[in-house]
Design a protein around this ligand. Structure first.
Ligand code: NAD
Ligand code: UD1
Length: 342
């Protein structure tokens, strides 16, 4: 089975490529390296013993895929390539429309041009639900008007993929709506590489713990939750990576044509910011001297997934603990710091 992985040198793409290679898939990665480093390729090879084919391609360039892969056939495509900073998207919405939406259109155009059965998995986000009225959030929860161009780009991409599949019986597809991926590979060879100051909680914590950030601020402790801090569904990166493999396996057995559906990918459990910090401290034997600050604009109070649909339809379950994810995240941070010292 030949799989094209877009954005395959990024955080989720690199872990998914490892899981795919370990299961015997033949992986080709494309990435424009805007938020990743070519060294990830070598590290995927160190982990798996196989160096996947790699091409530096920017998906915004309309015909580059067609030119590069004129005679290649892919059974599956996993589309991770996108920009993901909420704050950057607010400052530069046009960039997010071009990079995330136009790029997805170009990819669909390439897949359609092949006239061959192709299974497509798309990286979506729980952000499409906004602050859901009912918790846990199931897939019937409405997709709401997005507060950021980043969220809007995910919503639009889901729609254009679904619309393409309605008219193209060669493509079957799934959008995976991720909750909050955390952690790193147990080898510490691949992990999350935030650009500049991390916006997400776990990379911020690890950078604070190693001394790269002066203070760790908790964004509000006056929310209506058990300890006043926001609730999220933190999922181990290895579990998330495996969800893609399971989704591909599911599509490869699919008898229907024009099949499209979307699934939550989370653990089904909510954890507050303070609970997560406590798990980090206990797991890694480190005390974090955090401060309480103001609420962050745009934050939702609580989001955790109802995972019945993916459990029962695809047969995927999260297996790893938050503690294990926070151990691997910390080991990864220490490894990065060693590399920077040398
Ligand atoms: P990442 O930035 O680590 O990986 C994305 C990769 O895509 C990077 O290697 C980047 O260089 C590449 N890329 C970006 N634009 C490209 C383009 N035009 N052409 C070719 N390559 C391009 O991000 P990630 O955390 O691995 O996220 C992967 C996907 O999952 C994204 O679509 C993101 O929106 C989505 N997602 C991420 C999260 C999260 O918390 N990390 C949550 C929900 C959804
Ligand atoms: C953010 C994005 C969302 C994206 C998701 C996963 C926003 C508004 N939303 O959501 O679109 O899909 O990441 O990439 O940015 N926190 C602190 N201190 C910090 C950092 C975070 O207290 O220094 C808190 C936040 O307020 C939040 C929780 O930690 O309550 C998790 O934050 P984060 O990791 O940014 O994820 P999301 O808020 O879910």
């Amino acid at each position: 089975m030949k799989i094209l992985v877009t954005g395959g040198l990024g955080f989720i793409g690199s872990h998914t490529s490892v899981e795919l290679i370990n299961k015997g898939y033949d992986v080709t990665i494309i990435d424009n390296l805007v938020n990743s480093n070519i060294s990830v390729l070598k590290n995927i090879e160190k982990i798996t013993g196989i160096r996947p084919e790699f091409h530096k391609i920017d998906l915004r360039n309309k015909n580059e895929l067609k030119k590069k892969f004129r005679s290649n056939i892919f059974n599956g495509v996993i589309h991770f390539a996108a920009l993901k900073s909420v704050s950057e998207s607010v400052k530069n919405p046009e960039l997010y429309l071009t990079n995330n939406v136009e790029a997805t259109k170009n990819l669909l155009d390439f897949i359609a041009s092949k006239n061959r059965k192709t299974n497509l998995i798309f990286s979506s986000s729980c952000t499409v639900y906004g602050q859901a009225k009912k918790l846990p959030i199931n897939e019937s929860s409405p997709v709401v008007k997005q507060e950021s161009p980043y969220g809007e780009s995910k919503k639009i991409c889901e729609e254009i993929i679904r619309n393409e599949i309605v008219i193209n019986k060669n493509i079957n597809g799934i959008s995976l709506r991720y909750f909050n991926p955390i952690g790193a590979h147990e080898s510490s060879l691949i992990g999350e590489h935030p650009k500049g100051i991390p916006e997400n909680l776990v990379p911020y914590i690890t950078q604070f713990a190693i001394g790269k950030r002066k203070e760790l601020i908790i964004f509000g402790n006056d929310y209506p939750t058990i300890d006043g801090t926001c609730i999220r569904d933190y999922i181990h990166i290895k579990d998330l990576a495996n969800a893609h493999v399971s989704a591909l396996e599911f599509l490869s057995k699919m008898k229907k044509e024009n099949f499209y559906d979307f699934f939550n990918v989370g653990t089904g459990r909510g954890t507050t910011v303070l609970e997560l910090i406590k798990i980090f401290e206990d797991t890694n034997n480190i005390k974090l001297k955090y401060k309480i600050g103001n609420r962050r604009a745009g934050d939702i109070i609580a989001a955790y997934a109802d995972i019945k649909k993916i459990n029962t339809t695809i047969g995927w379950y999260a297996k790893n603990t938050i503690s294990n994810a926070l151990k691997t995240a910390w080991n990864w941070e220490k490894q990065q710091s060693k590399l920077n010292d040398n």
